[in-house]
Design a protein around this ligand. Structure first.
Ligand SMILES: [Zn+2]
Length: 483
């Protein structure tokens, strides 16, 4: 079904489509995953019994812990890959597929080759976890067609015009953001510079390219975009063609949006839309806003999203909770009832106020649960601190140019209490004492703690966060020595 049709179905039609997809996927595909065969056997569950979104609630949750490699079991994530063999195919494949296989055999063709297109992982992405070992997520050739389809939908949802020139400023790496932009632009035939980001092509050339190619669209990590925009302003560049800044990888607050828009005016870009995506490596694609005000538009034929409370019970539409993801139409690595650790305000099933699309929409503001860490700020007890709060708070402060949060031990002594050090590069001409009071007031009210604020110049902070040298900005670093 094409995206314009799919994205305007009625709620009942979407539900029927998802129920059909769940039935098919659980009956005919999921048994090919060693992990889920074990899980279903352990819980006495039958694949054929999961026929709709209600039945899905019988299936236990999965999480990063099931998937992420450990030193003892580095190949853990491989069990999530669909790996059919002759026996499993006979047992689980639908009749239509068995017939196709038979026809291959009759024609004297190689059945193994035939199945390879659908199942063999040929493209890998990795997670960019701060702590855990990176997890591999595999795409088969069929999945590469699927990711292209979802990538096109992403650009169509934003209404990127077909004459747009795109600069892909995401870092070149086996990560979703760079490749999704590549798949979208190449399959929509948009003229695109796949720059590879500051580490590959270099910031001066990217700034130049946005001007000279008259780029209408830039895709980037928000912090890096802010960095190149600030440089462009200093060099009095003309980015007046820029209509879309598309962000991925980090959260974007309203304060940060406002700050970016102010700077954009100085390079002649007065009507740039700032649109953000939501993605997770395990979900294999990303979802986007259609306008700055809306949530993320999902693909109901590719995945099923549900929201659960802290007891794991599914909550009704528009109720807050943790977002849980289930693959419906992927091969390679697949996830079922995967707890994303992302807390959302709710999932809406109503037609979008802006574009009228009827696909399930994930609310705009997302909090990452894994960013809540325990600290021993006093010798008395550990305290839970939401590090997630620092990002929007500091990104949105107009007088802060750049920042980095360091978690350390007092005197670098492993037996001492923890301390938070916030390195801040203020805007030129700003009174630092006033600024640090203001920061501490806000940090205290948002997180309940205080940080030691240290003034640094812009160059120093840029080098601390590795803006030009790292794949991912080091915004929050944990330098606590191990006891
Ligand atoms: Zn919309």
């Amino acid at each position: 079904m094409d995206w314009p049709t799919l994205s305007h179905l009625t709620q009942a039609e979407i539900l029927a489509l998802q129920n059909r997809a769940i039935k098919r996927f659980f009956r005919h595909e999921l048994p090919f995953s060693p992990f889920f065969r074990e899980l279903f056997a352990k819980h006495n569950l039958n694949f054929a019994d999961i026929k709709n979104i209600d039945d899905l609630q019988k299936v236990p949750f999965t999480s990063k812990a099931d998937l992420a490699p450990t030193p003892e079991d580095p190949g853990k994530s491989r069990k999530f890959i669909l790996q059919p063999d002759e026996h499993l195919i006979k047992k689980f494949a639908p009749k239509t597929k068995l017939l196709k296989i038979l026809m291959q055999k009759v024609a004297g063709l190689d059945v193994k080759k035939f199945l390879e297109w659908e199942y063999k992982p040929v493209h890998l992405h990795f997670t960019t976890g701060r702590t855990a070992l990176p997890t591999a997520v595999g795409y088969s050739s069929r999945d590469l067609e699927t990711i292209k389809e979802t990538a096109r939908r992403l650009f169509q949802t934003m209404q990127i015009p077909s004459d747009a020139v795109v600069v892909n400023a995401f870092p070149y790496a086996p990560h979703l953001a760079f490749w999704l932009t590549y798949f979208a632009t190449s399959s929509l035939r948009l003229t695109t510079l796949q720059s590879g980001g500051g580490k590959i092509m270099g910031t001066p050339k990217i700034i130049d390219a946005i001007e000279k190619l008259k780029a209408k669209v830039v895709t980037s990590i928000p912090g890096y975009f802010y960095h190149i925009l600030r440089e462009a302003v200093a060099q009095k560049r003309n980015w007046s063609n820029l209509e879309f800044a598309v962000f991925g990888g980090e959260r974007v607050s309203d304060g940060f949006r406002a700050k970016v828009k102010e700077l954009l005016k100085e390079v002649g870009a007065f009507n740039t839309k700032i649109l953000t995506t939501y993605a997770m490596t395990e979900g294999k694609t990303a979802w986007v806003q259609c306008s700055e005000e809306t949530g993320y538009h999902t693909y109901p034929d590719m995945e099923f999203f549900e929201v659960v409370d802290e007891n794991g019970n599914r909550v009704p539409e528009n109720s807050p909770g943790e977002l849980v993801y289930t693959s419906l139409n992927w091969r390679g690595t697949v996830m079922v009832r995967y707890r994303t650790g992302d807390m959302i305000q709710g999932l809406s099933l109503q037609a979008c106020q802006t574009c009228g699309r009827t696909v399930p929409q994930i609310s705009r503001d997302i909090q990452r649960k894994s960013d809540i860490k325990e600290f021993n700020l006093t010798k008395v007890k550990g305290e839970l601190v939401n590090l997630n709060a620092f990002y929007p708070l500091l990104m949105g402060l107009p007088d802060v140019e750049e920042w980095q949060l360091e978690i350390a031990k007092v005197n670098n002594d492993p037996y001492e209490v923890d301390e938070l050090i916030l390195y801040v590069a203020p805007k030129v001409g700003v009174n630092f004492e006033n600024l640090s009071h203001e920061i501490n007031r806000r940090v205290l009210s948002e997180t309940g703690i205080t940080a030691r604020i240290v003034e640094k110049n812009l160059k120093e902070v840029l080098s601390l966060i590795g803006m030009e040298s790292e794949l991912k900005e080091k915004r929050i670093v944990d330098k606590r020595p191990k006891a």
